[in-house]
Design a protein around this ligand. Structure first.
Ligand SMILES: Nc1ncnc2c1ncn2[C@@H]1O[C@H](COP(=O)(O)OP(=O)(O)OP(=O)(O)O)[C@@H](O)[C@H]1O
Ligand SMILES: CC(=O)N[C@H]1[C@@H]2OC[C@@H](O2)[C@@H](O)[C@@H]1O[C@H](C)C(=O)O
Length: 387
């Protein structure tokens, strides 16, 4: 058993809605003590800049290139993360000296696993200097360098949480964690130590893009728009017939792999309703690739706050012999789980433990990853090394 470290995780996900921050005390293995968490929303103007950055990112051919707005965006994104850390520490009466390491995901601006290219902007050196704390960042690259998809990485943390749950709760096995973020992913907790995971389909990004384009709102809060509409079966079937769901190889997703419908294809309400259905149905479609259909789906991520998605997910899983639980029903936090994961993975990185496995990303063997940036004295600059 390793030393228990205090880690902060920082996540800016594909929804690009803000920065999630969480504190975890962990040995990077079985000890996981979850501390406080918080979310710091981006200003609409910064969100718009991120969206522009996604366009410029399409020009990237090598992962350290920063064409167009991306260099400035990376710097500003990093400063916003530093501000979030400082606010979080202050709100929780903590000092930088109380934290051993920060796990910094950054913002994915491009993910092309078929070309072994994944780009998360975020300057680890700058964040280390600004927060005066060690920072582990760029955690997806080594997985890709070893034949993995670079995502999802949260499954190692799901597995640690599952070990904690199996002590006390009466959830039916096999269980699966489902993260309904911008994109959804699923982690299957099999017997023994086996975990299988993959991205399972579009999460909230299609709904967000649809309601933003046609109602000028960033997301369908409480599923209110969808609740007024009906599922358009042909449109839903078109999404669910995407080769992603039937391919033999499980492939991680880029935000642009699925695009919203054309304006003329649906009314605002029917479009939102259909896309909510697609989000739920996609999880079940992808679950068919697991060794067994899960008996319990533990749901985290912002999509669990959309009752229309959750109702469809509940009825589809029931029909397949399973049931759905929001993470909170098990004492977990569905909003902060990804940020917690980045804290946990940072400690694993420091200890050289695997972040990914053949069953989670398709990597050739379990591999660690991440780069370490330390806040060195100003005269010598920051020192970064690969871990
Ligand atoms: N109250 C709510 N009602 C409906 N939907 C919500 C609500 N709150 C959040 N969401 C949805 O959840 C999304 C954010 O989810 P989350 O923070 O899990 O995504 P993320 O971390 O950016 O994504 P990813 O896991 O893909 O990296 C929002 O964009 C919105 O679509
Ligand atoms: C490349 C990238 O950033 N992928 C994200 C995205 O958002 C959800 C899904 O797609 C997942 O694969 C991943 O994030 C989670 C947190 C992960 O790596 O586990």
């Amino acid at each position: 058993m390793g030393k228990v470290l205090t880690a902060i995780g920082l996540m800016s996900g594909t929804s690009m809605d803000g920065i999630d921050v969480a504190l975890v005390e962990t040995d990077g293995e079985t000890i996981v003590r979850r501390g406080p968490s918080a979310g710091y929303a981006y200003e609409p103007r910064f969100r718009d800049r991120l969206k522009l950055g996604l366009e410029d990112a399409k020009l990237i051919r090598k992962r350290d290139e920063r064409p167009g707005v991306l260099a400035e965006l990376e710097r500003d994104l990093t400063f916003l993360h530093a501000q979030a850390v400082k606010a979080f520490l202050q709100e929780n009466n903590l000092l930088a000296g109380n934290v051993d390491v920060i796990g910094f995901h950054g913002q994915t601006v491009l993910h092309r696993p078929d070309e072994a290219l994944t780009v998360q902007i975020g300057d680890g050196d700058l964040l280390a200097r600004e927060t005066l704390t060690d920072v582990v960042y760029d955690m997806r690259a080594n997985d890709m360098a070893h034949g993995g998809q670079g995502a999802p990485l949260i499954p190692a943390y799901h597995a640690a949480l599952a070990q904690g749950l199996s002590d006390g709760s009466d959830i039916d096995a096999p269980a699966a964690f489902v993260n309904i973020g911008g994109i959804s992913n699923i982690t299957y907790i099999g017997a023994g130590e086996s975990i299988i995971a993959f991205d399972s389909g579009p999460g909230n990004t299609l709904i967000d893009q649809w309601v933003e384009a046609h109602a000028g709102i960033p997301y369908d809060q409480g599923g209110m728009v969808a609740a007024e509409g009906s599922v358009l079966p042909e449109l839903a079937d078109r999404y669910l017939a995407h080769p992603f769901f039937s391919s033999e190889k499980r492939r991680s997703l880029d935000r642009n792999d699925f695009l919203p419908p054309a304006a003329a294809e649906a009314s605002l309400e029917d479009g939102a309703r259909t896309l909510a259905h697609v989000t739920a149905a996609a999880i079940l479609r992808s679950a068919r690739h697991l060794p067994q259909m899960p008996a319990t789906y533990i749901v985290c991520g912002g999509g669990r706050l959309n009752p229309v998605i959750m109702k469809d997910l509940a009825s589809l899983t029931e029909a397949a012999g399973g049931r759905v639980l929001a993470a909170e029903a098990l004492g977990l936090n569905g909003d902060s789980m990804e940020a917690e994961a980045w804290a946990y993975l940072a400690v694993r990185s420091l200890r050289g433990l695997p972040l990914s496995y053949p069953g989670t990303t398709g990597v050739i063997r379990p591999v660690s990853g991440g780069r370490l940036a330390r806040p060195a004295p100003a005269s010598t600059g920051t020192s970064a090394r690969s871990v």
